[in-house]
Design a binder for this molecule. Structure first.
Ligand code: ADP
Ligand code: MG
Length: 517
């Protein structure tokens, strides 16, 4: 396989240069908030009983080379993707179809769907819906074409708690800083101005999405001040990533209160007004007499079973869903983001039948739909349809399975089954549950090397990069009107090429930015 760069990249460093760059990055990260709370394995709780420690987020010493045309491809299709997922989330029948496919083996999806059903029965009082989306891609090297080409292929589309927009903004800036100040002074210098580092407005873009939703919510009938509420996980280590969005909101909309509340404390500190509109009221924990009306609820929690340890937690999600607050996301939008939906969208229609995508995005030019479809890779159902039975054969064959990843309907990393592990895994679960998975072809990006600074030490070697493009969308579930549809910057996440998973917070991956080649 050909590499992405002809020169040696990243440049070979002396030990002194490596130590110097480590110190520069440590300070820059602390100075600019490119930080996470430390894992206990790095700073044990006993060593930091007051919880004051923060460490720099794992990050590459250099921006990774990334094909210009793939980066452009991701940017080009994002607003069409926003529109597509807004339309999917409005198509209850379609979502119901995908839910029914997976429900037997998936209690979590079943519970989410039940919440939607319950709120639908009493009637949604809020028709606006906010999406802060991220579409993730890897580079596919097509060696069959002549000349060979690079294409961005979608890994997944995130509709809930799409993270790292806060840190990726600063990672792009860190690498820009290093390219101006440090790389030109290395023994194997990269002269200033030689690297094409695309600008990244992720914090500004995501915060603007939240702010737009806030302004779309009318002044409180009840005489309260409206606010924005971030729902977060207990003990979140990736807290600064979220805080950066808050800080941006404080800058552009200083009069708008923004609060953080643990998902587990929803019922303790919020209530629903006894009015037909069902306003969501937030009672300030340290001053319970003080009440705000929640205009926008932004979920950075609630995407996986871990956030729902008991019935009370499900009840809390229901409580949010039935309220008047604009949800980011609603249950339907969360369900639009399942791997099952992605599989159905990516499955080409039989000859002579119209494309599924075209049914959802009628306003888009045919060329836009074509561009979007080019980002699909092969994804198969694992049901008992002819295509599903074909996929089962592949998944159960140890040799054929090597080219695939098996995915359940889960978010947040660590849930997939890879390659040779697939057959034994399938045999370990009831066959009636197989339909709740999808089988996806593995994307194999061209080899890239880099150095990763993690917990103070540098790891060197082959890496795999995953591009995420953010998009924000505010739409009306009832009228289909789209009030806001924007591109919102990017994320590059990089992992060692020996690791299957790439989650930064989960400890597999690290922050990176693109050096376009
Ligand atoms: P999650 O919702 O848990 O983030 P993903 O579908 O993003 O699930 O998969 C997690 C990780 O697994 C990705 O970040 C990527 O590193 C790897 N992965 C997933 N699908 C593929 C694929 N088709 N080809 C190569 N790697 C993949
Ligand atoms: Mg992912």
């Amino acid at each position: 396989m050909s590499s992405l760069t002809s020169a040696v990249y990243p440049p070979t460093l002396t030990d002194a240069e490596t130590d110097h760059l480590i110190n520069i990055i440590k300070d820059w990260s602390a100075g600019n908030g490119l930080e996470i709370r430390p894992p206990a394995a790095v700073i044990p709780a006993e060593a930091d009983p007051k919880g004051i420690a923060a460490i720099n987020a794992p990050v590459t010493l250099f921006p990774s080379p990334f094909p210009r045309q793939c980066f452009a491809q991701g940017l080009t299709v994002q607003t069409t993707y926003n529109e597509l997922y807004a339309a999917v989330s409005r198509d209850e029948k379609f979502i119901e179809g995908t839910v029914n496919e997976v429900i037997e083996g998936d209690e979590f999806i079943k519970n989410l769907w039940a919440i939607h059903q319950k709120v639908k029965a009493e009637g949604y009082t809020q028709t606006l819906s906010l999406g802060l989306f991220r579409s993730d891609y890897m580079v596919h090297h097509d060696t069959n074409s002549n000349p060979t080409t690079f294409q961005a292929k979608q890994v997944e589309f995130n509709t809930i708690a799409a993270s790292f927009g806060g840190l990726s903004y600063f990672t792009s800036r860190l690498h820009k800083y290093l390219s101006a100040r440090e790389y030109p002074l290395l023994k194997n210098a990269i002269p200033s101005g030689m690297m094409e580092l695309p600008s990244n407005n992720s914090i500004l873009g995501l915060a603007a999405g939240i702010e737009t939703a806030y302004h779309a919510y009318p002044p409180s009938d009840l005489g309260h001040t409206n606010c924005i509420l971030f729902l977060v996980q207990d003990g979140e280590r990736n807290v600064f990533d979220q805080r950066h969005l808050e800080y941006r909101l404080a800058e552009v909309a200083p009069q708008v209160p923004v609060f953080r509340l643990a998902f587990s404390e929803i019922k303790k500190h919020t209530s629903i007004a006894g009015t037909p509109k069902r306003q969501l009221l937030y009672h300030l924990p340290h001053q319970p007499g003080k009440t705000f009306e929640v205009a926008v609820v932004y979920l950075r929690a609630g995407y996986g079973p871990g956030d729902y340890p008991d019935e009370a937690a499900w009840d809390a999600r229901y409580h949010i869903e039935r309220s008047l607050a604009i949800k980011c996301p609603t249950v339907l939008t969360q369900l639009a983001g399942t791997k099952k939906v992605q599989q159905v969208l990516a499955t080409p229609p039989p000859e002579s039948e119209p494309s599924i995508i075209g049914q959802f995005i009628t306003s888009a030019a045919v060329s836009q739909v074509m561009e979007l479809s080019k980002t699909f890779t092969n994804i198969y159902p694992m049901d008992t349809s002819p295509a599903g039975l074909e996929a089962r054969k592949k998944a159960l064959d140890p040799k054929l399975a090597e080219a695939y990843v098996l995915k359940p309907q889960r978010e947040g990393g660590g849930n997939n089954i890879y390659r040779g592990a697939i057959p034994a895994y399938l045999k370990s679960i009831p066959e009636s549950h197989w339909s709740s998975y999808i089988l996806m072809e593995l994307i194999t990006p061209p080899p890239v090397s880099n150095l990763i600074l993690r917990n103070g030490s540098v790891e060197k070697g082959g890496v795999i990069c995953e591009l995420g493009i953010y998009g924000t969308c505010l739409w009306d579930q009832q009228t289909a009107e789209i009030h806001h549809n924007e591109l919102a910057g990017y994320l590059l996440r990089t992992k060692g090429d020996k690791s299957e998973e790439g989650g930064v917070a989960a400890g597999y991956g690290c922050m990176d930015s693109c050096c376009l080649v």
